[in-house]
Ligand binder design. Structure first.
Ligand SMILES: [Mn+2]
Length: 338
């Protein structure tokens, strides 16, 4: 475990106004760690602007203070102009500056630009970075940051950080879940978080159209390499048929991943304008961040992804399966050799 770089804590103490950022299509860790840090900065009497180029997904509007995340670029510019000497930016859970979104250049122009992240595939950007790939989540890092800054965690902050940690560890199931992760989660529960209430928001609160979509998506499952690779996909037609939206597919990849024989699950999502996005989840020794890198994506050892244009679902599935089969074979040979 690294100590938090002094450049990070000092910048936070010294500056008065903060622009908080995260990656596009944010997940629970991205939003929870961003809002949690906003709560911490509030307690320090700082001015905070939470910016995201798109509105917060319905799945996460239950987060305390989710409504303070703004998509108004003009309001962001006004905020920066008010205090042009004292404003700093902090990007959370964003492993690649391209994932800052369409205003990337404008956002990176804010100096100093701080980065707090835990992606294995992290690409350096910004002035000061605190990157720890062994951390379960950025939420866990924000908790440690609050301790280092000597700030008391409010109940809203605890709630946000718990959601961040809970979602990025698959509810404390992935192998990124360490004793420290559970210890921090325990501290957050001490501060008023109710795990059952959060689990209900995350897992027992879906629309009927989402379940209809799940039915269609699971019907696409194909198995390869002696059932060790399980692939599913979603098309625009399935969205129309079920009445669901693309954001409703969050969590679907857990189903092929749950197959006893599966070592890797693949989920191919058809977006608009021929764009495909691909999620990869591994169990055990496969490192899917390396596969994602081949397609200019990234992520963690057990969870990674990428986007691409100009290929069909069948084409990309065949390419991924070929790479994964080779990888699984290599892992198996290593085990026999050991
Ligand atoms: Mn994360």
């Amino acid at each position: 475990m690294r100590r938090i770089p002094e450049t990070i804590t000092r910048s936070i103490y010294e500056k008065d106004s903060f622009v908080l950022l995260t990656h596009v299509h944010p997940d629970g860790d991205a939003l929870g760690s961003l809002l949690g840090l906003a709560n911490i900065l509030d307690c320090m009497g700082k001015k905070v602007f939470c910016f995201l180029e798109e509105p917060v997904s319905q799945l996460y509007t239950f987060l305390p203070d989710a409504c303070r995340i703004q998509s108004d670029r003009k309001a962001l510019q006004d905020f920066i102009r008010q205090d042009s000497d004292g404003t700093i930016a902090i990007a959370l859970d964003c492993g690649d500056d391209n994932r800052l979104g369409k205003y990337k250049e404008e956002l990176l122009a804010i100096t100093p630009f701080l980065v707090i992240d835990h992606h294995k595939s992290h690409k350096d950007y910004g002035e000061y970075r605190w990157v720890e790939p062994t951390r379960s989540s950025t939420g866990e890092m924000v908790y440690e940051l609050a301790m280092a800054l000597g700030v008391e965690i409010s109940s809203a902050c605890a709630y946000n950080l718990y959601v961040a940690i809970c979602t990025d560890t698959g509810s404390f199931r992935y192998d990124s879940t360490h004793a420290r992760t559970l210890h921090i989660a325990g501290e957050l529960v001490e501060r008023g978080v109710q795990p059952a209430e959060i689990a209900c928001h995350l897992y027992d609160n879906f629309s009927l159209s989402r379940l209809r979509l799940l039915e269609l998506v699971l019907a696409t499952m194909q198995l390869y390499a002696s059932d060790q690779i399980a692939c599913i996909h979603v098309s625009q037609e399935m969205l129309r048929q079920s009445g669901a939206e693309l954001q409703d597919v969050e969590g679907f990849i857990e189903y092929p991943r749950s197959l006893s024989t599966a070592k890797v699950a693949v989920f191919i999502k058809e977006g608009q304008n021929d764009q495909l996005s691909v999620s990869l989840r591994a169990k055990g020794e496969c490192d899917v961040s390396e596969i994602a890198k081949v397609f200019h994506g990234g992520g963690h050892r057990n969870a990674a992804g990428f986007r691409l244009n100009g290929k069909s679902v069948d084409q990309i599935r065949a390419e991924i399966v070929a790479l994964l089969s080779r990888d699984i074979e290599r892992c198996d040979r290593g085990k026999i050799g050991a």
